[in-house]
Design a protein around this ligand. Sequence first.
Ligand SMILES: C[S@@+](CC[C@H](N)C(=O)[O-])C[C@H]1O[C@@H](n2cnc3c(N)ncnc32)[C@H](O)[C@@H]1O
Length: 217
Amino acid sequence: MVEFGSFVGYTATRMGRAVELCYEKGYADGSILFEDSRLQGANRITSMEIDPVHACIARHVLDMSRLSHIVEVPDAASSSSGSEVWIGQVKDLIPRLIEEHGEMSLNMVFMDQRGTTFHDDLSQLEELSLMFPNCRIVADNCVKPGSPVYCWHTTVSERYKTTNYSLNEFLESTIEDWQVVCDYLGPLAGVPAAGRPSPWEAPRGEEWRSYPIRDLR
Ligand SMILES: C[S@@+](CC[C@H](N)C(=O)[O-])C[C@H]1O[C@@H](n2cnc3c(N)ncnc32)[C@H](O)[C@@H]1O
C-alpha cells in the first residue's frame, strides 16, 4: 500500500503495526502459507513526503517502532534500501512505484497530501495501472481544505464504488469534514460489453483480462 503525505509517521506507524500483526497471525494460524514471490524482500507500505524534515522524523519514529522493515519512506536520491520514507512530491514519485514494484502493485492508497492534487495523483495511478482491481482508496479532508474534483470523479465514475463519510474534524467537534472511501473496480468497469475493446484492440494487452473479470464488472 502507499500513503501520500507522511508528516511525522503517525498513520504509517499505525498501519505498519496492523500489517505486522496480520502477518504474525497469518503465519501462526496457517492462513498465510507462503509469500507472493513479487513481495519477497519488498516493503508492504511506502509513504511519500515532500518536507525532508517531516520525512526524517517519520523515519525515526518508524525505526523506534521497529517497523522500518514494513514501512518505506525512501529518499528519491537513495538506492532502494527498502527501509525508509520517499522524499519528494507525490506526482514525481508515483512513477517510481512502477519501477520498483510494478503494475497493479497497490491494494490500498491513503491520500493525505494536499487535497487539491488528489484528482491528478489518482489519475496518474490509473494511467500507470498501479492499482489492482478492488484496490481501496481512502482520502482524508475532502471538504476542508477540500478536493471537489476528486469527490466528483470518484462519485460519478463507474470505475469506483464510493462512500463519502461525514466526520468531525480531528479535535474539532463543530467542524464537519469528509473522508471518501472507494474501491477501484478496474479500467473496464462501467464500459458496456459492446463498447469494450476487442481483445486485439485492448490498450493494456492481456493482463487485465487475466484478472477475475467478475470483479471488474
Ligand atoms: C495531513 S499531513 C499527513 C499526516 C499523515 N498522513 C498521518 O496521518 O499521520 C500532510 C502531509 O503531506 C505533505 N504533503 C503535502 N503535499 C504533498 C505533496 N504534493 N507530495 C508529498 N507530500 C505532500 C505535507 O508536507 C504534510 O506533511
